[in-house]
Design a protein around this ligand. Structure first.
Ligand SMILES: Cc1cc2nc3c(=O)[nH]c(=O)nc-3n(C[C@H](O)[C@H](O)[C@H](O)COP(=O)(O)OP(=O)(O)OC[C@H]3O[C@@H](n4cnc5c(N)ncnc54)[C@H](O)[C@@H]3O)c2cc1C
Length: 391
């Protein structure tokens, strides 16, 4: 057992934890990042690479827009790693009147944040995507959305943060937060090590829920399995992100293979498992959904499928920011399956807050205390740090 000190202790080495570590060390802060498994083990290295602002809840829109405008376009240059970011747009397909209305409402929300999105019908859709089938009756087109390479972006932040002096410790599972004089000060790990800092950032996805409970913070969330597949490389078909109201989403990567995911309805069946698995059911479902909208893709061979956990909040919107009830504690969890795109902005925001600087955008509506889920469970209970994570 040992005790180590830093200005900030970060739990979780995903895109958010790594980005926070990068921005903090760049500003001269001393940082330790604790990771239970390996760097990028969570959704951050397994996702579809969609960097999307459109279709987001107004409460989180500003963070996604900040990332798309101020961080992603220069990230490769800043990190010295090609994160394969392309601001080539996002085309979302709809199939009926209800989808038409839903896209119209997304356009309104986007406009209220200064992001241009437009409705497309018939041949207008084909002008952007000539491969689309008659099944698609409407589409939303957002030119300032884009795609990136999840693994490269997550590891890019890690590499640069390390070079700048951040310490990453893998195989180190945080099990408890200790308060000293009422403030969050220590993270205790399963090995019995103690990491002490002025600020503690919890960016541990679903497992962050249990860690927060050790200091009395309750966030209603659940875990869901998201699956993806990758095809053999194909000649260039499209450069933008594509999604469907049927649920599929994905991109053609820089080297030509197509990476797509889609919920099949089996997502919650496996939530008791510790390790994410891929199922033949979902892989077939992804192929079927894609084949209906983009028949040209039917000829491609699937090379591999994989999965990852996503941490879903009760209202589908993440929990991000300072926890005033426990001074010194900052949190970014419950990204609800769409936290990669805004991830760099979330990491930057947490770094700012950890240095007592203002958030670059308004995140007040992302506070953990917003849920109204009855009186059965308190939103905050006065824990002295007594219980440890037993999962
Ligand atoms: C298949 C799939 C497709 C997706 N597609 C997209 C997409 O196209 N666009 C998009 O925006 N989002 C997408 N997402 C969601 C996105 O990947 C996540 O929202 C985002 O990566 C979350 O980043 P994070 O850093 O908060 O968490 P994670 O990447 O989950 O990182 C958390 C880290 O904390 C570690 N950890 C957990 N518990 C502990 C502990 N007790 N102690 C120490 N470490 C711990 C984990 O091992 C993990 O490495 C997708 C997700 C999946 C799974």
């Amino acid at each position: 057992m040992k005790t180590e000190h830093a200005d900030v202790i970060i739990v979780g080495a995903g895109i958010v934890g790594n980005a926070a570590a990068y921005y903090l060390t760049k500003a001269g802060m001393k940082c330790i990042v604790l990771e239970e498994e390996m760097i990028g083990h969570g959704g951050s290295s397994r996702n579809g690479g969609g960097v999307r602002q459109s279709g987001r809840d107004p409460r989180e829109f500003a963070l996604a827009a900040y990332a798309a405008k101020h961080i992603w376009p220069t990230l490769s240059e800043e990190l010295g790693v090609d994160v394969e970011y392309r601001q080539t747009g996002y085309l979302v397909f709809g199939y009926n009147e209800e989808h038409d209305k839903s896209i119209a409402s997304r356009i309104e929300t986007a406009a209220s944040f200064g992001v241009y999105m437009e409705m497309k019908h018939g041949d207008e859709i084909k002008e952007i995507c000539p491969y689309v089938s008659e099944h698609v009756t409407c589409a939303g087109w957002t030119p300032s959305d884009g795609v990136a390479n999840p693994m490269r972006a997550t590891l890019g932040y890690y590499i640069r943060a390390r070079e700048l002096g951040a310490r990453f410790i893998t195989g180190e599972k945080a099990i408890k937060i200790n308060k000293i004089k009422g403030a969050a000060r220590q993270v205790v790990t399963a090995r019995g090590n103690v990491y002490e800092g002025d600020k503690i950032i919890v960016a541990a996805g679903y497992h962050g829920k249990f860690l927060l409970e050790t200091v009395g913070i309750v966030v209603p969330m659940q875990k869901k399995l998201n699956e993806m597949l990758v095809t053999e490389p194909a000649p260039r078909l499209f450069d933008y992100m594509i999604g469907g109201m049927s649920g599929f989403y994905g991109q053609q990567t820089k080297h030509g293979s197509l990476v797509f995911g889609c919920p099949s309805g089996r997502e919650y069946t496996f939530h008791e498992l510790q390790t994410p698995i891929s199922t033949s059911v979902t892989a077939s479902f992804i192929c079927e959904s894609l084949g209906i909208d983009l028949p040209i893709l039917k000829q491609l061979k699937v090379v591999r499928a994989w999965s990852g956990w996503v941490d879903i909040s009760l209202d589908g919107v993440p929990v991000i920011g300072a926890v005033e009830e426990v001074p010194g504690l900052l949190v970014a969890i419950a990204s609800t399956g769409h936290g990669f795109g805004p991830g760099p902005a979330v990491g930057y925001t947490l770094a700012q807050l950890a240095m007592d600087q203002p958030s670059p955008v308004d995140i007040t509506k992302l506070h953990f205390d917003r849920f109204d889920y009855g009186k059965k469970q308190p939103r905050y209970f006065s824990a002295s740090g007594g219980g440890a994570l037993t999962r």
